[in-house]
Design a protein around this ligand. Sequence first.
Ligand SMILES: Nc1ncnc2c1ncn2[C@@H]1O[C@H](COP(=O)(O)OP(=O)(O)OP(=O)(O)O)[C@@H](O)[C@H]1O
Length: 235
Amino acid sequence: MTREDVLIDLQGIAKHYGEGETRVDALRSIDLQVRAGEVIALLGPSGSGKTTLLNIIGCILAPSAGRVTLDGEPVFDGHWLRRDLRRLRLEKIGFIFQSHNLLPFLTAEENVSVVLDLARWPADKARERSRQLLDYLEVGRRAAAKPALLSGGEAQRVAIARALANQPRIILADEPTAALDSKRAQLVMDLLRKLAAEQQACIVTVTHDEKIFDRFDRLIHLRDGMLSSDGPGVE
Ligand SMILES: Nc1ncnc2c1ncn2[C@@H]1O[C@H](COP(=O)(O)OP(=O)(O)OP(=O)(O)O)[C@@H](O)[C@H]1O
């Protein structure tokens, strides 16, 4: 394994909320490496720190201690090493949420291309890329529809297209299949696996969804803010 293969490198990550009697230690000394092409699940009971960890990897939340390196670039070491965190997220990270968070007043295609506008893609290239992604995710024929007219599965695939638009190598997902039936959930996971392999990206997914556990390379268990095990998923 070369250093370039490691897309997420967490060293000694701790996070507490509050101080004194109200202090909650959400994460204690987490070391984690995720490599290009890996699809991993973050599991654990409610309150074990899954969302906190995902938000730290996503540079939404600062750790209380530790070091974060993303795609070879040190981004946190006691403080943020980059001033413009929005741009950092735009460059390196794609987020997929449980509820799709699409903008209701934009069409499916515009919901994807808006990310590319922010990343300063020329309008025609942004439109072309958005179309391609929607086709790839098999929702191309719904490109002109507003979110209210999409089914749950269609909306989630548009949200995935949006997360992938800027070709991030780190894709973070919070319960991406919770709103989908078993067949659609497995299709979405298969698509994500294919993407990770083709784009040499990694995917970290918080999930409770047992029907997709066999779609992961590794299952990472959190308990009381610590990694309790880090075992294989699919063989
Ligand atoms: N903003 C906050 N202020 C204070 N405590 C917080 C805050 N966010 C999370 N916590 C606490 O930190 C711990 C970890 O929370 P976190 O949301 O990361 O867990 P989780 O595993 O994602 O839980 P769930 O599965 O219920 O979403 C919990 O004890 C929670 O109450």
